[in-house]
Design a protein around this ligand. Structure first.
Ligand code: B12
Ligand code: SF4
Length: 502
């Protein structure tokens, strides 16, 4: 038995303005399970960068908590898609023949990499500051950043720090109770070495999860109201969890590893009660269901339908979005989606070539995809459809690219003109994925690659766009980003069609 904890100060590490789901769900659960524990939240997103250390030390002085619990969301802020300016800088640097532009992109790219590295150092320096100034406080850390990088972050943290990867509810309660954490996905730094725990059982989301008590959250989290202001109402998405896990093993995706391959649900009633509070209390209108996958498979159908039916029955006027597979839609589900406020669709079709889809282990058939598109039209869906395409996936050839273009055109023809927007997003190589194994086996990455050590060479390897197609695709994307920034997807597809149809 370790020391029991009677109070926790959560420190939400800096990240761009996004609803603070992690600490809201964690603190709410801890309060219901162990109401005697005092909790507070300090949100670094609201503290100017140079004042972070002082703000943290001052808050610890004031509260005197037994534990300081850091929550770290983003570790890899770059995304290899057409909306991210970093990709345009990288491609200009790699593919432009204009030396002045190349040099400009190199400088901007370097500035971003430096800012990124300095953010990681800054976060770690906060851990070390606590250890230095308050050696008796238990330092615990968790959050999405640890999902893939538990070891790499913890080894740079202070001695005695406990880090938790993936869901944190059960681990935190065990820590509060002074119990052993070896059956949770944890890393503890002891005598300079890491000792790992292994998760034995998922948190029982179905029975244990209840609607968030926002009165309580407001009482411990002074900045919470900031995320509920009027000014955010039209664009800001408050996140609501409906389930965890994804049963698929798409070659490029690490969500199953992070979140588990077994799907666990919150009860529809619980989810809908929570949405009702958000709507009635804060007039929230836009939601993001922050699941790895909102509709993972046919098995989820009754629960997903029941959640949407609850939103409709209670007349909750919301618009929602989520990561969503559409290949198992039914007419009834599609109607409920549209009626409950489906706002836009971002569909990771990845490729329109059956061979590439199979190779990527996406487990999707194109005829099912087309059928679901027709269900959406029948249900009256008129929102935008982003079709995420990762050109140059393993096995890609000019012929498979032409097949993809044909598929995209077919999908677009099902909807109204302008409704479908192809969106170019390169495959990012994430550790713990089959894509990483493949990139290593092909020599694109070294076996000991460190996805956190960014420099122009590692960045090139981490964006999967190898030769021989890498150059023409990269150049088409770079030109489109420069000349047709509002229509990159179609411009790239049209250019590649012209190039490869001979
Ligand atoms: C939904 C989602 C999004 C949505 C969010 C919508 C919204 N309004 O909330 C969208 C699409 C907008 C998005 C965007 C981005 N995302 Co995102 N996203 C996710 C996803 C699928 C779920 C995150 C979530 O909200 N989960 C629900 C909450 C409740 O869970 P949680 O935050 O993980 O918290 C739990 C645990 O982490 C833990 N925990 C958290 N804090 C603490 C603290 C302690 C002390 C302990 C013990 C435990 C603990 O306990 C919590 C409860 O169980 C994850 C992948 C995944 N499967 O987890 C990626 C993920 C979080 N995203 C990621 C990234 C990188 C991004 C982007 C930077 C991408 C980009 N380049 O644009 C942006 C950043 C957005 C921003 N403004 O910050 C990464 C973050 C880690 C990393 N590798 O950097 C993840 C992990 C995916 C990945 N690639 O690995 N994302
Ligand atoms: S890409 Fe989507 S469906 Fe595939 S494993 Fe990841 S979350 Fe699941």
């Amino acid at each position: 038995m370790g020391k029991r904890l009677g109070s926790i100060l959560y420190v939400r590490l800096k990240c761009p303005e996004i609803y603070p789901a992690s600490v809201v769900y964690l603190a709410d659960y801890v309060h219901k399970k162990r109401p005697h524990v005092d909790q507070w939240v300090l949100d670094m997103a609201r503290v100017p960068e140079r004042e972070e250390v002082a703000a943290l030390l001052e808050e610890i002085e004031k509260r005197n908590p037994d534990a300081v619990a850091f929550s770290w969301r983003n570790l890899q802020p770059f995304s290899p898609n057409e909306d991210d300016d970093s990709l345009s800088q990288a491609f200009t640097f790699y593919h432009s023949s204009n030396m002045a532009k190349k040099a400009g992109a190199a400088v901007k790219g370097l500035q971003r990499v430096m800012a990124y590295n300095s953010r990681i150092k800054k976060n770690l320096s906060l851990f070390h500051a606590v250890k230095r100034h308050f050696p008796d406080k238990q330092i615990v850390a968790g959050g999405p950043a640890f999902g893939l990088f538990l070891d790499r972050i913890t080894e740079r943290g202070p001695e005695g720090m406990i880090a938790v990867a993936s869901e944190g509810e059960s681990a935190l309660v065990k820590l509060i109770d002074g119990e052993d954490l070896s059956d949770e996905r944890t890393a503890i730094k002891r005598d300079g070495k890491l000792v790992f725990g292994e998760k034995k059982e998922y948190f029982d989301l179905w029975n244990e999860s209840t609607p968030v008590d926002f009165d309580y959250i407001e009482s411990i989290f002074p900045d919470f109201s900031y995320y509920m202001q009027d000014k955010f109402r039209d664009w800001y998405e408050v996140s609501v969890l409906t389930k965890r896990g994804c049963p698929y093993k798409c070659m490029f995706c690490a969500y199953g590893y992070i979140d588990g391959y077994k799907v666990r649900y919150r009860q529809p009633e619980v989810v809908v009660d929570e949405i009702e509070s958000l709507v009635k209390r804060y007039d929230v209108r836009k939601l993001w269901f922050c699941d790895s996958q909102f509709y993972p498979s046919k098995h989820s159908l009754p629960i997903v339908e029941s959640t949407l039916a609850g939103i409709i029955d209670r007349r909750l006027d919301i618009q929602w979005a989520s990561y969503l597979r559409i290949d198992n839609f039914t007419p009834s589900l599609t109607h409920k989606m549209v009626e409950s406020g489906l706002r836009h669709l971002r569909l990771s079709i990845t490729s329109g070539s059956p061979e590439i889809i199979k190779g990527l282990k996406i487990g999707m058939r194109l005829d099912n995809f087309y059928r679901s598109c027709r269900f959406l039209v029948d249900a009256g869906y008129e929102g935008l459809i982003n079709l995420d395409l990762s050109l140059n996936a393993p096995g890609e050839t000019p012929e498979t690219i032409l097949e993809t273009i044909e598929t995209v055109e077919k999908i677009a023809s099902i909807f109204k003109p302008g409704q479908v927007r192809p969106f170019i997003i390169f495959l990012a190589v994430q550790p713990k994925t089959k894509l990483a194994d493949y990139a290593i086996s092909k020599g694109y990455l070294s076996p000991d690659f460190n996805p956190l050590a960014l420099n122009p060479f590692t960045i090139k390897g981490l964006i999967h766009n190898p030769p021989p197609l890498g150059r023409p695709i990269g150049k088409a994307v770079m030109d489109a980003m420069e000349n047709q920034p509002d229509n990159v997807g179609w411009t790239v597809l049209n250019e590649l069609k012209e190039l490869y149809s001979g």
